[in-house]
Design a protein around this ligand. Structure first.
Ligand SMILES: Cc1cc2nc3c(=O)[nH]c(=O)nc-3n(C[C@H](O)[C@H](O)[C@H](O)COP(=O)(O)OP(=O)(O)OC[C@H]3O[C@@H](n4cnc5c(N)ncnc54)[C@H](O)[C@@H]3O)c2cc1C
Length: 499
């Protein structure tokens, strides 16, 4: 692994036994603290498996009070903390550190309160994304953001990553569907952010700041989410195209026409074939690109919009067009898309999932240039992504057992993200920065931008104990940051440690 992390604090490592005993006193009982080397290996990576590091210790608290006391003790004893939900992050956000305690939130798994009148649910952060929908679907409600990992990923992780999914095009990302949180700061203080029932709480939007902050500002211990009534009708359209460019052009034109589909996803030939072989979704195999477009709402509106989407598709040379006629068929269309990542895992020993966002009108050009990059780096790429949002997920196929292939995959991924920024896009869409995109942050932000972002981190965690090594390519001591001067957009930090 070529990843550079902060050097471990040897003084902390020498106190491992004492730290485990202190944490056991706070989180007693079976599984409260894990220090056995074999058991720690379970936590050595998240969904970004290219990087692995067993944690110093794991603790699995069950109450907010325990989280608060763990953080307070670690704060007083200068011990770092890495929060973890279900460990599905694709950017290495939950990657452990050698000298840090991994704080797992898996035992915070209860739905605390449901209010159908106010359309909200209060849940603990370890509840899975799908678990929220399961809790309310009997009453005809659902939770809209639906990452493909929804069966496993936790709401706490979704908040930390501002996660998205197929239906976020119309219903917004996590940030648009979270109403309030309870969070524990690194010094143990318990705070509540956001309004819960009120749409626009007074004061600065600190909730907006915390959603997407990747476990760097506090540990989320309770989440109030918006729940929505299920739409009267939802129908999906499968549209096959002769080229990825024509499919990309169709996406751009549908959005430009003012239609906002509930979801609009694209898969290219390698992804279509892998998904079809895996789940038999009924995808056409003679096309180069496939769009799945879902329209929802009153049935007459759906029929009208489907007609408009079909017309735009035909103008862009669509080869085939199938509209779902039953709920089972609609779910089958989505099953292939949702299983696309594991399906691609069957055609390549390893894959590296990238995540960048571009202006939708640049889709055809970017897809073409990605194909050229694939030739340059000598690695295949399968594309499956949230086309309506311009959120790309190229899956770079490689074999970690072949010397040099991981390095080539990383270089290819880095070129893709630079291309996203070059065309006016951004480094991430929904997977976060973590360690994966950390060193690319200067491609998008100046030193001054990054210094200001770190000032926010310092306001919450001045000792830099929460999830260090993630997001910021260089972490400056907060005291020095407060005294910094900016010359010509450059921040001079001559004597500060860098990693
Ligand atoms: C097959 C697959 C498909 C995926 N599809 C999507 C997709 O469609 N859309 C999408 O957005 N993502 C997707 N992901 C990525 C991932 O599932 C999301 O980022 C998810 O939100 C991570 O949740 P988690 O519970 O696994 O968090 P973890 O991986 O455990 O942690 C992620 C980050 O959140 C922090 N964190 C976790 N819990 C807390 C807490 N309680 N308080 C503070 N910080 C916390 C961690 O420190 C870390 O920085 C996919 C992943 C996989 C493996």
């Amino acid at each position: 692994m070529s990843l550079k992390m902060p050097p471990p604090d040897q003084a902390v490592l020498a106190r491992r036994g004492e730290i485990a005993a202190a944490l056991r006193a706070i989180v007693p009982g079976d599984g409260g603290v894990i220090d056995d080397a074999k058991a720690l290996r379970v936590y050595e990576s998240d969904g970004l498996t290219a990087y692995r590091q067993p944690p110093m210790l794991v603790t699995l608290p069950q109450t907010t009070d325990q989280v608060s006391r763990v953080l307070k003790w670690c704060h007083a004893n200068n011990v770092k903390i890495v929060p973890r939900g279900s460990g599905t992050s694709l950017s290495g956000g939950a990657l452990p550190l050698e000298d840090a305690v991994l704080l797992g939130m898996a035992r915070f798994n209860k739905v605390l309160h449901i209010d159908y009148e106010d359309r909200l649910a209060v849940v603990q952060p370890g509840v899975t994304n799908l678990g929220v929908t399961k809790a309310v679907e009997g009453a005809g409600f659902y939770y809209a953001p639906d990452p493909s990992s929804q069966i496993a990923c936790s709401i706490g992780g979704n908040v930390a990553e501002n996660s998205g999914g197929v239906h976020c095009l119309k219903y917004g990302l996590t940030t648009n569907n979270v109403l309030g949180i309870e969070m524990v700061l690194m010094d143990g203080e318990i705070v509540r952010l956001g309004g819960g029932r009120a749409l626009d709480p007074a004061g600065l939007d600190l909730l907006g700041l915390v959603v997407g902050s990747e476990g760097l500002l506090g540990v989320v211990t309770e989440v109030t989410v918006r729940i929505l009534p299920k739409p009267e009708t939802a129908r999906a359209v499968l549209i096959g195209f002769p080229t990825v460019e024509s499919a990309g052009q169709c996406v751009a034109e549908v959005i430009a026409s003012g239609i906002i589909p509930a979801g609009m996803e694209m898969m290219d030939r390698p992804a279509i074939h892998a998904a079809e072989a895996f789940v038999r979704a009924g995808y056409p195999l003679d096309v180069e690109a496939l769009l799945i477009v879902e329209l929802d709402g009153p049935s007459a509106e759906c029929d009208h919009l489907i007609g408009e989407v079909e017309a735009i598709a035909n103008q862009n040379g669509a080869m085939s067009c199938r509209v779902s006629t039953t709920e089972a068929e609609r779910l089958a269309f989505w099953a292939g898309r949702k299983a696309a990542f594991p399906a691609v895992g069957r055609i390549s020993p390893d894959y590296y999932c990238m995540d960048g966002t571009i202006p939708r009108r640049r889709l055809p050009e970017v897809l073409r240039r990605m194909e050229e990059l694939s030739q340059t780096h000598g690695l295949r790429v399968a594309n499956v992504f949230h086309a309506g949002d311009g959120n790309l997920h190229p899956l770079i196929l490689y074999d970690a057992n072949q010397p040099g292939q991981l390095d080539r995959a990383e270089a290819f991924g880095s070129d893709i993200l630079k291309l996203c920024v070059e065309v006016g896009g951004v480094l991430t869409g929904e997977h976060g920065v973590g360690v994966e995109k950390r060193d690319l942050m200067p491609v998008m932000f100046t030193e001054t931008d990054l210094a200001h972002q770190q000032r926010v981190k310092c306001a919450f965690d001045p000792q830099l104990l929460l999830n260090p090594g993630k997001v910021f390519p260089t972490l400056h001591r907060c005291a020095e940051l407060g005294r910094m001067h900016i010359h010509n957009g450059k921040v001079p930090f001559p004597d500060l440690p860098r990693f």
